[in-house]
Design a protein around this ligand. Structure first.
Ligand code: ADP
Length: 393
């Protein structure tokens, strides 16, 4: 073989090898490209499936869900339940201002008042007043609000039935109890020495039952109200009344002090506020052993509101009981509370009265040292005290 042929064959072999290498590389690249495309397609499919699942979820939700822009308050998206419960329509209401679509509700006032955390309950649906709704606004991103609206018609109806039932039973019990109580009061234990202990116990128990029925009726009355009369409650005479009540109940067993450092009055219901404060004072006396100190103090709060605090140096309450104290019939120690003559409804009444005044009950207590029950009113409830000529309040 001459050299030129050998060189040509070698060159051909080298070219073939290069071509084969190139071919293999191209095949690999092609298969990688195909894999990549397959992966992208699978990714797209997964994303679509996820989107479909989210959409099905939003469609299946019984609650209306609306997404609105925070600044403009324009509607960005809503689910089919929003059409059913609120009458919103696609595409008409997309991009429409929330307040305009739900004119029946004070959405703008609600936002301005910063009442986002608590749900607004028992509102009539804009399309059917028998349907009662509860709504909640959730700031879920820096740009968007989420408005969640729930149909609470059935729940409200059940709650109504419960309220009516308790009110009716209490009302029906009132007359027979008054009769029994009246007759028992007419019997003087001194005239019936054999029956004296039993008569005294019967009188005590009928008094307790009468008080229970009265407290249940008070609670029913408070529950069925949305607002209280806007009277000016003169606090100086009310503090004096509370002091007299405490002294009558204590019978000289406690040291009772009243302080009026706020020198303001309150706007609200005279009758209900008196009942709430009275309950706190009565508790302080009943749960403080003889020799203890009881304070009633009206002061201003840092935000311009006012606070009526009842403090005692009594038995105190362990921290685990504090969150449940305002529940009906909740008692720290059943036997001791019963002995004290309470009904277990006092603090529930206090909480309701304060709720009607947009006020809060703050409880601080230390077992063995004493308790502090403070009724905290917002600045809107504070009224400047009118001064009589001569400078006294
Ligand atoms: P009651 O009629 O039993 O006093 P309340 O609703 O007024 O019912 O109070 C609930 C419970 O809270 C009481 O049973 C008592 O255990 C506790 N409590 C209320 N006030 C005081 C207080 N000042 N000191 C200690 N415990 C108190």
């Amino acid at each position: 073989m001459d050299w030129s042929l050998a060189t040509a064959i070698a060159a051909l072999a080298a070219a073939c090898a290069a071509l084969a290498w190139l071919w293999r590389r191209l095949r690999r690249l092609e298969s990688e490209r195909l894999d990549e495309r397959r992966r992208a397609r699978a990714g797209r499919r997964r994303l679509l499936d996820l989107l479909r699942a989210y959409r099905a979820l939003a469609d299946a939700l019984p609650d209306a869900v609306i997404v609105a822009e925070r600044n403009s308050q324009r509607i960005v998206w809503f689910n089919p339940a929003a059409t059913r419960l609120l009458g919103l329509r696609q595409p008409r209401d997309i991009d429409a201002p929330l307040g305009e679509c739900l004119q029946a509700w004070p959405i703008a006032r609600w936002l301005a008042a910063g009442r986002m955390a608590e749900p607004m309950g028992d509102l009539p649906s804009p399309i059917s007043p028998e349907v009662r709704l509860s709504l909640r606004l959730v700031p879920y991103s820096p740009e968007h609000w989420l408005l969640i609206v729930r149909d609470v018609t059935r729940l409200e109806r059940l709650e109504h039935m419960r309220r009516d039932f308790v009110a009716n039973v209490s009302h029906e019990l009132r007359t027979p109890l008054t009769v029994v109580h009246g007759y028992l009061e007419m019997l003087d234990p001194a005239e019936h020495p054999d029956w004296a202990p039993m008569l005294a116990e019967m009188q005590r128990q009928s008094q307790r039952m009468t008080q229970l029925v009265e407290d249940l009726l008070t609670l029913s009355r408070l529950e069925s109200r949305d607002a209280v009369p806007e009277e000016t409650v003169a606090m100086a005479p009310l503090l004096a009344t509370l002091q007299r009540e405490a002294e009558a109940l204590s019978q000289g067993a406690h040291e009772i002090g009243v302080e009026d450092v706020a020198q303001v009055d309150l706007a609200g219901s005279q009758h209900e506020l008196h009942s709430a404060f009275s309950n706190l004072v009565s508790n302080a006396v009943r749960y403080t052993p003889a020799g203890g100190r009881i304070g009633i103090r009206l002061a201003r709060t840092a935000d311009g509101g006012a606070e009526l605090a009842v403090t005692d140096t009594g038995q105190g309450i362990a921290p685990e009981h504090l969150p449940r104290l305002t529940e009906r019939f909740y008692r720290v120690s059943t036997s001791r509370s019963r002995e004290s003559g309470g009904t277990g409804l006092g603090l529930a009444i206090v909480k309701h009265v304060l709720g009607l005044h947009q006020a809060q009950l703050r409880i601080e207590s230390e077992p063995g040292a004493g308790s502090r029950f403070a009724c905290v009113f917002g600045p809107g409830r504070v009224v400047a005290r009118k001064r009589r000529i001569g400078g006294t309040a």
